[in-house]
Design a protein around this ligand. Structure first.
Ligand SMILES: Cc1cc2nc3c(=O)[nH]c(=O)nc-3n(C[C@H](O)[C@H](O)[C@H](O)COP(=O)(O)OP(=O)(O)OC[C@H]3O[C@@H](n4cnc5c(N)ncnc54)[C@H](O)[C@@H]3O)c2cc1C
Length: 657
């Protein structure tokens, strides 16, 4: 190292308000850092990430000729980018920077103040040691494809697609069901304002269909995702509808003529039947039926029928249709795949599946819906109108044996049900709850309103629902058994109907989609955001964003807000026009490579190819994410990752041990 490039290191220790300084003696850490080799200046400051904090670094680089910087503060995930930008703005290569995490790894977790200070000194010294070996790295600018993909056509996906399309970008919306709409399409009224779900939903669905910038692919799924931020290639599989979308007029004659009429309707939660050729609901978008191949006499049973084809005036039925595969080139992807409701069959004490008058919340939504199986009349399966109803909260949620988290919408939709039942039937309604959670705008007011309407609230988890009754007059009714934690008495309540307020869990297939997108999931299976506060709609995969319940349970207002946030991030990316590629990528030294290909199998991003002529592995720099799997696997040490070289890591470790 020549004299000119001799390291001149500046060290900056952050108090982080009351986060680091009360536990770590930051002045002591700075003083210790000042004694280390090549350290020219060491300072401490209240908030290094603030404007004055960053200015302090920038001024020192300029006035003291610093050529390397260490900041001892929070996690790199939080502020590495902030400090790299500060270093860059002072004219230094941003990779001449290293962070020591003395907050998450020290002050937040170490009890004793002296121990914490010693640990902070050691980590800061290790960072100084490492930055000594840093090399300048450069990035490349590549153009962004100005179109995007939205996966999932519920309210979140539709809102994201419309926002992006209105900003002038081409959007491909891929929905796996025959129609867009998601769960909200099943609701009649929505809490807390009780406004008509269809009046919000159906015009939006039509807007999506008719928008000149949106290409809708229903009954389709993502099969493969390749590429990187700004340049993704996505393979989409369009399942055969067996109905030509161009020719179909949506007249419905095929459904009238179909002889297979006794198939349980998924949209009506099994409370009515559909035919083998069907549209899930009358307002479906697109209003083109699909043939359910399993239940179709021709396709599933290989027998003669063809009634639909015979009566179709436009000759739209096509039994020969095959799956189609499309390749979409997009610059950004928004995942909006929503949730599924917990199936309570396995929660045996609640008797779902055993007692016909125990309903799930989604079943109740369909019973209440004007387009549902009872045209919105509260008629139970036994033909009666309930006089007393129990609503059981937290079914499958807030329970360590099932889902430990709160599903956030169940308290509110339970109260919506109570209001609707009171309004439509005058029935006595009892809510069995653990705690009522109503933290949204106008939510607490809605809670007060249903109490004023005479809805009773019992604080206690339901232990059992049985068909045994104490009083012969209650024969044929169900009994809800619960322990009231307020009165410390066992409640045994005879009822006509029970509604189970089931929790929310990730949509089926979320795991597979997560794998295709490279987006990780949390312990409960929801897609993980990059940072809950700083990047709540981004993911660790650059260029892939999250909208709605696929990231965690939420109500419609939060879903729509998040969908717009995700759209905003995607628009910001596309409108920049260029993206900067990652600097921390792998390299394979062709002189050392033995051509064993073990790195190719280890690479999760398909970023390594093989040069047959030279018999060596080659990294595709555009695809490489710098994860280091190749370097860890390579038996000949020919693979290495920039910014994570052996010298840099060993420099850090040697100081620590
Ligand atoms: C019983 C009940 C009542 C509710 N009532 C209210 C209410 O009154 N007010 C309120 O604010 N909130 C209510 N909610 C919450 C509301 O349902 C959600 O906030 C909202 O539906 C979330 O929308 P989403 O688009 O994120 O998910 P979803 O509605 O689940 O939509 C996701 C879409 O993605 C599609 N999809 C899934 N996986 C894939 C894939 N791999 N590829 C392609 N497409 C895929 C699905 O088919 C679906 O169309 C209620 C929830 C329940 C369970």
């Amino acid at each position: 190292m020549s004299d000119q490039t001799k390291p001149r290191i500046g060290v900056y220790v952050c108090h982080c308000g009351m986060n680091i300084a009360p536990k770590v003696n930051v002045e002591d850490v700075a003083a210790h850092a000042g004694t280390l080799a090549h350290v020219v200046v060491a300072r401490d400051y209240k908030f290094m990430c603030s404007n004055p904090g960053q200015d302090m670094i920038i001024n020192d680089i300029k006035s003291l000729g610093l050529n390397r910087v260490v900041v001892a503060s929070c996690s790199p995930r939080m502020h590495e980018k902030t400090f790299r930008n500060a270093v860059k703005s002072a004219g230094l290569n941003p990779y001449y920077f290293q962070m020591a995490n003395v907050r998450e790894q020290v002050s937040w977790v170490t009890h004793d103040s002296m121990d914490a200070t010693e640990k902070a000194k050691a980590l800061t010294a290790a960072a100084v040691s490492r930055v000594f070996f840093h090399q300048p790295l450069s990035t490349r600018e590549v153009p962004v494809i100005k179109s995007m993909l939205v996966v999932g056509g519920g309210i979140a996906g539709m809102q994201s697609a419309l926002t992006c399309a209105n900003a002038g970008y081409q959007v491909y919306l891929v929905e796996r069901e025959p129609s867009i709409g998601g769960h909200m399409a099943k609701f009649d009224k929505t809490f807390p304002t009780l406004d008509c779900a269809a009046c919000i939903m159906t015009p939006k669905m039509v807007d999506v269909l008719q928008h000149p910038n949106i290409t809708l692919h229903t009954y389709s799924e993502v099969e493969k995702v390749e590429g990187f931020i700004g340049n993704f290639q996505v393979t989409v599989k369009k399942k055969p509808r067996y109905v030509d979308m161009e020719k179909c007029t949506g007249c419905g004659t095929c459904m009238e003529k179909c002889p297979s009429k006794k198939i349980s309707s998924e949209f009506n939660e099994g409370l009515s039947f559909r035919t083998a050729i069907f549209t899930p609901f009358p307002q479906a978008v697109p209003n083109v039926p699909v043939i359910d191949a399993v239940n179709c006499i021709v396709l599933g049973k290989n027998k003669k029928c063809g009634a639909c084809a015979k009566f179709c005036e436009t000759k739209a039925i096509d039994f020969e249709q095959k799956p189609e595969f499309l390749t979409l080139d997009v610059g950004a992807i928004i995942a909006a795949t929503g949730f599924q409701a917990v199936n309570p069959t396995h929660l045996e004490p609640y008797g779902y599946g055993r007692f016909p008058e125990v309903y799930t919340s989604l079943e109740f939504e369909r019973l209440n819906n004007a387009t549902g199986p009872t045209s919105g009349k509260m008629v139970m399966k036994n033909g009666q109108i309930p006089e007393r109803v129990a609503i059981v909260h937290c079914v499958g949620s807030r329970d360590v044996r099932h889902k430990k988290y709160c599903s956030r919408v169940c308290c509110m939709y339970s109260m919506k049900f109570a209001h609707l039942l009171r309004e439509k039937t005058g029935a006595e309604v009892w809510e069995f709850y653990i705690d009522v959670r109503s933290p949204g705008k106008l939510y607490e007011e809605f809670y007060n309103r249903v109490q004023e309407e005479g809805v009773r609230f019992v604080r206690g988890r339901v232990a059992e629902i049985t068909d045994m009754t104490d009083d012969p007059n209650d024969k044929g009714r169900l009994t809800v058994v619960a322990e009231s934690t307020l009165t410390r008495r066992t409640v045994r309540l005879p009822v006509d109907m029970v509604i189970l307020s089931v929790g929310l869990e990730p949509a089926p297939g979320a795991e597979d989609l997560g794998r295709l997108l490279g987006v990780s999931r949390d312990g409960d299976g929801w897609f993980t955001e990059l940072h809950a506060k700083l990047a709540p709609v981004s993911t660790p995969m650059n260029g892939i964003f999250l909208a709605g319940c696929c990231q965690g349970p939420k109500d419609i207002p939060d879903t729509v807000a998040q969908a717009m946030g995700a759209a905003g991030e995607a628009i910001a990316l596309l409108s920049r026009g260029m993206v900067t590629t990652q600097a921390e990528i792998s390299h394979i030294d062709p002189d050392l490579c033995i051509g064993c290909k073990s790195c190719i199998g280890a690479c999760a991003y398909s970023a390594i190819g093989f040069d047959e002529a030279r018999r060596v592995a080659v990294v595709n720099e555009a695809l490489c994410k710098g994860c280091g799997s190749c370097a860890a696997t390579c038996p000949s040490s020919s693979a290495s990752v920039d910014h994570f070289t052996d010298r840099q890591i060993m420099g850090e470790l040697e100081r620590l041990v």
